[in-house]
Design a protein around this ligand. Structure first.
Ligand SMILES: Cc1cc2nc3c(=O)[nH]c(=O)nc-3n(C[C@H](O)[C@H](O)[C@H](O)COP(=O)(O)OP(=O)(O)OC[C@H]3O[C@@H](n4cnc5c(N)ncnc54)[C@H](O)[C@@H]3O)c2cc1C
Length: 358
């Protein structure tokens, strides 16, 4: 069993690494002191404090931290799953399709490339812009940019929840001649005719594509959505208090990561800040001490070309939350690109996965 590093799947989609570069054996990723059950959770029965595994085993717990991530929701866009099975469409939100994403984008020499970024629970959605900027830079270097029309369809109102970074990304898109359409939803993909049905404030229209990149809507795993761990207003996701990360009705259940209703952009950087809060709060609840609050910190690293990257860091209200005050990481920089590409993976494998999240 192998564990890919999601952040870097994007650079595979941008042609700067292979999946083999990013994958480690799961056994090497288990921190000391943890027992790994190589099995699937099929249900959590919170009333009995029991986790059910697919092999039939039951694990009893005092507290359980639930962190199974989210899944691509192919039902959310009619025809999208069929489309990504054709050579003209791809998503790097499925690791097995990351290399295809770059093969599709880099081989385009003329026509229309459409990039679609949903805002429905997409993990670290702005990183879906990385393939766009990496491809645009590639097309410019290859002398093809003038022959390629680039359309960016974004469901939200902004490219990222950070004013300065949003401005920078729009300027970078503008420099490549990208047509940016916000508040725009793709309702259907017609793989045979290579067209999209698009809904926006102007109404419904059709858009043809020669290459289609999707950062598609995500949903929670069925065993969470179909259980009492979710609630009507949680949309299938694990219903936690977004500050304490404790389940709203089952106080010994804790939720974090992409599956939980944390009321901010789901991201690995967000998860990194949630882990110490959950660890503290489990102990605090047992000892009747004060709980800590997660402020909704999240982060989006976005390349603006094949050399530079900006880092947007913000809380759940979109207020900047920079890790360092200088330099301003919300501007594209070569040094931030080098850090994200070469140093951050080392921190991930050798510190974060070992439990050193501070
Ligand atoms: C292409 C891509 C690029 C990204 N880039 C960035 C980035 O640059 N920066 C950033 O901060 N974030 C980025 N993210 C987001 C980041 O990867 C996620 O937010 C983060 O991995 C969420 O962690 P998680 O543990 O909630 O879910 P996951 O990372 O999905 O991990 C869930 C784990 O639970 C396991 N699991 C699931 N179901 C079960 C079950 N039933 N039983 C047992 N185990 C189960 C899975 O096998 C997996 O190991 C990116 C995501 C993607 C997809």
């Amino acid at each position: 069993m192998n564990a890919p590093r999601h952040h870097d799947v994007v650079i595979v989609g941008g042609g700067m690494a292979t999946m083999a570069d990013l994958t480690r054996a799961q056994t090497k990723c288990i921190p000391d002191g943890c027992t790994w059950y190589a099995d699937h959770v099929t249900a959590i029965e919170a009333d009995r404090s029991v986790v059910h595994l697919s092999a039939g085993r039951e694990l009893h717990y005092n507290d359980v931290a639930v962190c199974p991530g989210s899944r691509v929701d192919w039902d959310a866009i009619t025809g999208a799953e069929e489309a990504v099975a054709t050579p003209a469409a791809a998503t790097n939100y499925l690791p097995e399709m990351a290399e295809k994403t770059w093969a599709m984008l880099s081989s385009l020499t003329a026509g229309r490339a459409v990039f679609v970024i949903s805002e429905r629970h997409v993990p670290c959605a702005p990183v879906g812009l990385k393939p766009l900027f990496m491809a645009a830079d590639h097309w410019r270097r290859a002398g093809n940019l003038d022959h390629i029309e680039i359309e960016l369809l974004v469901e939200g109102t902004r490219l990222v929840n950070h004013d300065d970074a949003d401005r920078e990304l729009r300027a970078a898109a503008d420099a490549y001649g990208v047509r940016v359409r916000t508040r725009t939803t793709v309702e259907a993909v017609f793989a045979v005719s290579q067209t999209l049905r698009v809904q926006s404030a102007e109404g419904t229209d059709e858009l043809a594509y020669d290459a289609l990149y999707l950062a598609p809507p995500h949903r929670a795993p069925d065993w969470v959505a179909d259980s009492d761990l979710s609630t009507d207003d949680a949309g299938g996701f694990l219903a936690v208090d977004p500050r304490t990360l404790r389940h709203r009705t089952h106080p010994r259940v804790w939720g974090l990561g992409d599956v939980a209703t944390v009321d901010t952009l789901p991201s690995g950087g967000a998860l990194r800040k949630q882990v110490p809060v959950v660890a503290h709060n489990i102990a605090a609840q047992r000892a009747r001490r004060t709980m800590r609050h997660y402020d909704g910190y999240s982060v989006a690293p976005v390349t603006t070309n094949r050399r530079e990257l900006l880092l947007a860091e913000f809380d759940r209200d979109g207020r900047p939350q920079p890790t360092v005050s200088t330099p301003d990481l919300a501007r594209p920089r070569r040094s931030t690109f080098v850090f994200d590409r070469y140093l951050e993976p080392q921190i991930y494998w050798h510190r974060l996965l070992k439990g050193n999240v501070s």
